[in-house]
Design a protein around this ligand. Structure first.
Ligand SMILES: [Ca+2]
Ligand SMILES: [Ca+2]
Ligand SMILES: [Ca+2]
Length: 448
């Protein structure tokens, strides 16, 4: 923490006002007004500096809470104590705009994290997505903790990739206030998708940009028409069973690794474009502490010691995917299946790791195996690092798309509403992120 000289008494009242207002922003309109007097500018600078210090103290307090929780082995975090509840580093009302992908600026060098000396996260290699972790660190963490997915033998809507989904999809815009719908584009590429914009609709003259405007109530938004019945099935080719990953430094001095699965259709809620995610939280030694699932509108954590894991290092958590909805569970007995031998009654059959006829087992990592209930095997598509929203990696600019992924659908990983805080912090994408930037962890503009 930076030390500052004692505060002049005349500024104490400004500090109190700032505290009452929440100190979430660093400037106020009067502070940036050209007509402000020199004395008010000086006062504004002091208040801004104090707001910085308060933000820093809040971060430290949050980190201390996290560390205490880890020491106590507490597995759960309520939405109110979510590690992602850190205040934004830039206020939501400021004029920052999303950084375009493929920025011409050179890739920075990573900041080494504390931890085992020979770990890749100690190196200072290329940091393409500019989050402080080197590319090699991110790759190793993603591969090391990639989960095992058990798909139900009842599944009929299989995984696919965004790049296979888009050519089969129609991008639309709607303003439900006046029942307005417009066909925008068929078979968009990722780059075309995020470049779309609507200048006005119905009574509103406010533009909607596909890479920055998130519709709060899904009233005024881009969305995808539901895919055709054929496209809804996804792909039975395991080479299309890609798992997207998002990795960032967390407030444990470690890293959080998110794995995002994509399906063309969710038949439980009748919407196209279905994302499901899991967070693996690693401590400063890059050991897994807990896993978080996005369920029931919250990110719910379970301590690592309570999870079913596989592999010699017990680093691979077992996740069980509900047929049709693809909702992830930690236990197979929560997921109905076909194929149980010796059990009467359709509804009594559940996914059971000791009964291969009840599931399709997918190792999500590079060259992982996919084993079908009928004995067939194939090689999984592996992982793809999407980078940060302000600097996507591997061409995956779809993470900047702020529209919906289907009629009645939800947002993609980086704008997902699960656990979203009142200040707009996107928990599903940035829980525990260190000093989250507005362009990485908050909606940039909001429409109804
Ligand atoms: Ca990085
Ligand atoms: Ca990253
Ligand atoms: Ca779903």
């Amino acid at each position: 923490m930076r030390l500052r000289p004692p505060l002049p008494a005349k500024h104490l009242s400004l500090l109190c006002l700032s505290l009452l207002l929440g100190c979430s922003g660093k400037t106020t309109p009067t502070q940036t007004s050209p007509s402000a007097s020199p004395s008010s500018n000086a006062a504004a600078q002091v208040v801004g500096a104090l707001a910085d210090q308060i933000d820093s103290l809040r971060d430290q307090l949050q980190r201390a809470r996290e560390e205490r929780e880890n020491q106590q082995g507490s597995p759960s975090a309520s939405p109110g104590t979510n590690p992602g509840s850190t205040a934004p580093s830039t206020s939501p009302g400021s004029s920052a705009s999303p950084s375009p992908s493929g920025s011409a600026s050179p890739n920075p060098v990573a900041t080494p994290l504390p931890g085992p000396v020979d770990h890749p996260c100690r190196n200072t290699g290329t940091d393409t997505d500019k989050d402080g972790l080197s590319d090699s660190c991110e790759n190793q963490l993603a591969e090391s903790f990639a989960p095992v997915i058990y798909h139900s033998s009842q599944e009929s809507h299989f995984p696919t990739t965004v790049d296979k989904f888009l050519p089969q999809s129609i991008l639309m815009f709607q303003d439900t206030e006046c029942k307005y719908k417009q066909r925008i584009l068929t078979g968009a590429t990722q780059t075309q998708l995020i470049a779309q914009q609507i200048s006005a609709s119905c009574e509103s003259k406010l533009p909607v940009l596909a890479n920055s405007t998130r519709s709060k109530d899904k009233k005024r938004s881009f969305y995808f028409e539901n895919p055709s019945t054929e496209a809804q099935a996804g792909s039975k080719d395991a080479q299309d069973w890609l798992t997207y990953v998002h990795i960032y430094p967390n407030n444990l001095n470690g890293a959080t690794v998110q794995y995002w699965r994509f399906y063309a259709y969710d038949d439980s809620e009748d919407h196209g474009g279905d994302f499901e995610g899991v967070h693996i939280v690693l401590d400063s030694q890059f050991k897994p502490v807990r896993a978080g699932l996005l369920v029931d509108n919250a990110l719910k954590y379970t301590a690592w010691s309570e999870l079913d894991t596989e592999g010699s290092e017990k680093a691979r958590v077992r996740l069980f995917s509900e047929p049709g909805s693809h909702k992830l569970h930690l236990k197979g007995d929560s997921v109905k299946a076909d194929g149980c031998k010796g059990i009467s009654g359709f509804f009594s059959c559940r996914v059971n790791v000791d009964k291969p006829e009840t599931f399709i087992r997918q190792e999500t990592w590079k060259d992982g195996q996919v084993s079908w209930f009928n004995g067939e095997t194939a090689t999984s598509a592996g992982l793809l690092n999407v980078g940060e929203r302000s600097a996507p990696m591997n061409g995956q600019v779809f993470i900047q798309y702020t529209g919906l992924w289907g009629l009645n659908g939800e947002w993609g990983p980086a704008y997902n509403g699960i656990g979203m805080l009142t200040n707009g912090f996107l928990t599903a994408w940035a829980a525990g992120m260190v000093n989250p930037k507005r362009e990485d962890a908050f909606p940039l503009t909001v429409s109804p």
